[in-house]
Design a protein around this ligand. Structure first.
Ligand SMILES: Nc1ncnc2c1ncn2[C@@H]1O[C@H](COP(=O)(O)OP(=O)(O)OP(=O)(O)O)[C@@H](O)[C@H]1O
Ligand SMILES: [Mg+2]
Length: 161
């Protein structure tokens, strides 16, 4: 079983659709850490995840709020750490509580979220190749997230590298 794989998305719609597959496969306690520059597609994928979870609203990149909760077949905790500088602030946010909870947690700008915090997680990095193409690299840590990744790898319709 691989604990990492790479796909290429050719459009925002494709990244969204991959998110839907993620949302459908997610289980309570799953943690998705997203990295990628401004406009890479983190929120686009999160909107797909929300749809896959049956959330009625469309998550946006929060401007001032760092965490937003949505309800689908389970809660979706959407965090954006763009403005968070220090690990101490992460503790103040109660990140550990989100992660041990009954829902799925998606964190944008998770570059500074240390793995050491987590028993398991799925890291997703989105890298623009050109205007429309994104290289999406997925890496899992921990048994549950490795199994999650394997099921995504088996079922995704997005081009594999
Ligand atoms: N293959 C693609 N995947 C995702 N988004 C794409 C793709 N091609 C073009 N786009 C466009 O790139 C933009 C991605 O914006 P989005 O808000 O999802 O990025 P973000 O990573 O969340 O940025 P920020 O860090 O500012 O929150 C959208 O305008 C989307 O239409
Ligand atoms: Mg965003």
């Amino acid at each position: 079983m691989n604990d990492t794989f790479e796909i290429i998305s050719h459009s925002a719609e494709e990244t969204h659709a991959f998110g839907v597959q993620l949302g459908q496969a997610a289980e309570p306690g799953d943690v998705i850490l997203m990295t990628g520059e401004l406009g890479a597609g983190k929120t686009t994928m999160t909107q797909g995840i929300a749809e896959g979870l049956g959330v009625a609203e469309r998550p946006r990149s929060p401007t001032f709020v760092m965490a937003t909760e949505y309800m689908g077949r389970m809660p979706l905790y959407h965090l954006d750490l763009y403005r968070v500088e220090q690990a101490a602030e992460l503790c103040e946010l109660g990140l550990d509580e989100y992660m041990s909870g009954d829902g799925i947690t998606v964190i944008e700008w998770a570059d500074r979220t240390p793995d050491a915090f987590l028993s398991g997680c799925l890291r997703i990095s989105l890298e623009p190749v050109d205007d429309l193409a994104r290289r999406i690299t997925l890496a899992a840590k921990g048994d549950r997230h490795i199994a999650f990744l394997a099921s995504l790898q088996a079922h995704t319709t997005v081009e594999k590298r």
